[in-house]
Design a protein around this ligand. Structure first.
Ligand SMILES: [Zn+2]
Length: 726
């Protein structure tokens, strides 16, 4: 970065660079280090720059401010323009631009900059420009882009956590913004690079065309690699604790199944598949099904509000159990907490939270695409008295940082962070939590990755558990599968032109028919499609308990018990290492997309995660697991400190911390693989003494809703058996 912006790189006139590292690698900190260096020194004993402008999405202005204060303390004079009145913004810009101003760094949103860009036109207004989330600049025709490009400042740094898009035009825009003219003008670029490269990648290309295409591609790469830095998350593992990613397939409940089938067999959907339908309609239908997968309450709301997405749900209110509604007014009451069990995923989540709260001091981030789902999470937290904070699109920018600080403050009894994936997953640091649930899959894999990177990042001390919930056999599995292939594609065919816009347009009739098919009988459709040779038809392991016997492939038979490495020690700590046979164990270090090589579990008791083992119940039909290495020895989870227990009951017999004191971390810092008999995760004494209030929903199985709707809340602490605590 320094070589680029200081112009000491080459004679190509390069003075800008693109930092495209994966999320969580500290692009912000790297930029702060560089800006401070340049503000302090230069080649001729004078500082290289005097004024730095950081342009960022509105939601990240205060984040930048707090990061700069955190790292540089008061060493630079800083101004952040955030949610101010127009007058304040104007006077702020004025005072930054005054020739003798002491202000060195201005943090400003893209929108505010665009509105006032004319003020920055004179030379000397900015010596170093940093654009955060710079994939916004991929279209060079936008006003913001034009305004920024006109800035008389050649030292430009673009930060982007999203891998370079496959679209060469967009790629050109970003490169040309960073170092104008370095690839020639747009028409030269198209002629010289783009056309031959695309042509050479066509399956029908001749040998000469292929050769020319790869030559130009290599030439382009060597040119841009001088100023584009991209490093992947793999680097992180040196500084982070191990992590496990669990893809958890949860069955739909009978109510969800009824509604799902009703919808996909409705006239509307049939018409959609047979005819050319509008993209907006396809998306509305997909959204309706995704909402149903989250919870039927979202469909109830849709029906009530007469939204167009509800058209496939006509006449569906009759399927809802009457207990959910007030006898008098007929409005939704949730049936005294019974609502939780109407969604397979929600039911599993409720148990997961219950076990987590009861047995650990872990905090959890719950992510959803839909604010209505966040509403339900919030209701669940209120009903079970879990402290929670919520950040969504409606949260003011100034409040966001406060919520984040609150959640990360270990002296407080915080438990749940509700996050809307669209409201600004990027930039937030939520290392106070070490577990995260992606409750619904997003079409765009980058959004899900952004969210997951909130907890597995610098500062995290505990082992990290990332849960991806999918409803078995439904559209959610298909969305997730598409995510993987899309990204897989991106990796294999770099720079190939693909349709990055909304997927609706690229869906064929076949695709559509498949999207709206419900595979009710499978344990996991993704697993079915893998044609896995490690498991048998039902998803069960082909091998016997000893890991030998009916080895299906050479590969799995080679993997004997001795060869297996329990990455991160998850198998050992969860006590299921001995139970795991070859199909339960992942093969080597598989990538995020290579589910075929992940651990496959149709029996949750083989999942190397105690909390999921106890929370799975009958709803979880399949789990994929991927253990990811981390060199940092983790601080292990323990029971919450005594002062935070319900009714003030002491956490466990052998704890000696005084009330109000935080768990003494060093004491529980175990070396991986040590004897875990005394693990605080297993404290049956406590489980029986805790208030029944927090045990609601912990039951492993529940009686059929149809038969005993009114008695089910009675099954609480009394019948919680030890097998809940494997
Ligand atoms: Zn399998």
């Amino acid at each position: 970065m320094f070589d680029c912006v200081s112009g000491s790189l080459s004679d190509d006139g390069i003075s800008g660079c693109i930092l495209a590292d994966d999320m969580g690698l500290g692009k912000t900190l790297q930029s702060i280090t560089l800006l401070y260096t340049l503000l302090c020194q230069g080649f001729d004993d004078k500082p290289m720059v005097k004024k730095v402008v950081i342009v960022t999405p509105t939601s990240l202005v205060s984040n930048w401010e707090s990061e700069i204060i955190k790292w540089l303390k008061g060493r630079v004079q800083l101004l952040a323009l955030c949610e101010s009145t127009r007058a304040d913004v104007l006077s702020g810009i004025e005072s930054f631009l005054k020739p003798l101003s002491r202000l060195q760094v201005l943090i400003i949103s893209y929108e505010t900059f665009r509105m006032h860009s004319s003020k920055f036109e004179r030379p000397g207004s900015c010596d170093l420009l940093i654009c955060d989330e710079a994939h916004r600049l991929k279209n060079d025709q936008t006003l913001t882009n034009k305004a920024l490009a006109a800035l008389p400042c050649t030292r430009r740094i673009l930060l982007s956590g999203t891998p370079m898009q496959n679209d060469l035009e967009e790629f050109f825009s970003m490169v040309n913004f960073t170092n104008p003219g370095v690839l020639g003008d747009a028409s030269y670029f198209r002629r010289y690079y783009e056309a031959p490269i695309i042509c050479g990648r066509e399956p029908t290309a001749s040998i000469e065309e292929k050769k020319l295409g790869s030559e130009r591609s290599a030439e382009l790469s060597s040119k841009v690699n001088q100023f584009i830095l991209r490093r992947t998350n793999a680097l992180l593992s040196n500084h982070l604790p191990p992590k496990i990613v669990e893809v958890v397939c949860c069955k739909l409940t009978p109510l969800q199944t009824t509604l799902y089938n009703h919808f996909i067999h409705s006239k509307n959907v049939k018409r959609l598949i047979s005819e050319e339908a509008k993209q907006s309609k396809i998306l509305a239908y997909i959204t309706a099904l995704k909402k149903l997968c989250n919870h039927p309450k979202l469909i109830y709301d849709t029906i009530k509000s007469n939204n167009s997405g509800g058209s496939g749900f006509d006449d569906c209110l009759r399927f809802f159990p009457p207990e959910l509604f007030s006898g008098r007014s007929g409005s939704w009451t949730g049936g005294g907490g019974m609502w939780v069990e109407l969604s397979g995923k929600m039911h599993v989540l409720a148990r997961l939270l219950g076990h987590l709260r009861l047995k650990t001091d872990d905090r959890i981030v719950l992510v959803s695409n839909y604010t209505q789902t966040l509403d339900l999470f919030a209701q669940l937290c209120r009903e079970r008295r879990y402290p929670y904070v919520r950040l969504d699109g409606a949260t003011s920018i100034s409040k966001r940082q406060k919520l984040v600080n609150q959640f990360n403050d270990l002296s407080r009894d915080e438990f749940v962070f509700l996050l809307s994936s669209k409201a600004g997953g990027c930039g937030l640091n939520l290392v106070g939590g070490n577990r995260l649930v992606l409750f619904d899959p997003d079409w765009n894999p980058a959004n899900d990755k952004q969210a997951a990177a909130r907890v597995w990042r610098d500062g995290q001390k505990k082992r990290v558990y990332i849960y991806r919930f999918l409803s078995t056999g439904t559209i959610e599995e298909k969305v997730y599968q598409r995510q993987m292939s899309k990204e897989g594609l991106q990796k294999v065919i770099q720079q190939e032109q693909t349709d990055n816009k909304m997927q609706g347009s690229s869906l064929s009739t076949e695709d559509l028919r498949d999207l709206f098919t419900f595979h009710e009988q499978v344990r996991s459709e993704i697993h079915e499609n893998l044609k896995c040779s490690r498991c048998n038809k039902d998803g069960n392991s082909l091998l016997d308990g000893n890991g030998f016997g009916l080895a299906a492939t050479e590969l799995s038979s080679k993997l004997s018990v001795q060869d297996y490495i329990d990455i991160g020690g998850f198998g050992e700590i969860s006590g299921c290492l001995q139970k795991m046979n070859n199909s339960h164990r992942q093969i080597g270090k598989p990538s995020e997309e290579d589910l075929g090589s992940w651990g496959h579990h149709c029996d949750p008791s083989t999942v190397p995660d105690t909390i999921l083992q106890s929370s799975a119940g009958d709803e979880v039909s399949f789990v994929f697991t991927n253990q990811v290495d981390g060199k940092l020895v983790p601080v292990e989870s323990m029971a919450r400190s005594a002062c935070h227990q319900p009714n003030g009951i002491a956490a466990s017999a052998n704890r000696d911390e005084g009330p109000g004191k935080q768990p003494f971390l060093g004491k529980n810092l175990k070396i991986m693989g040590s004897n875990l008999k005394n693990s605080p995760l297993k404290c049956p004494t406590r489980s029986r003494t805790a208030s029944p209030n927090c045990l609601q929903g912990l039951k492993k199985t529940s009686p059929s809703l149809d038969r005993h709707p009114q008695t089910k809340r009675l099954h609480v602490a009394s019948d919680m058996s030890d097998d809940d605590f494997v």
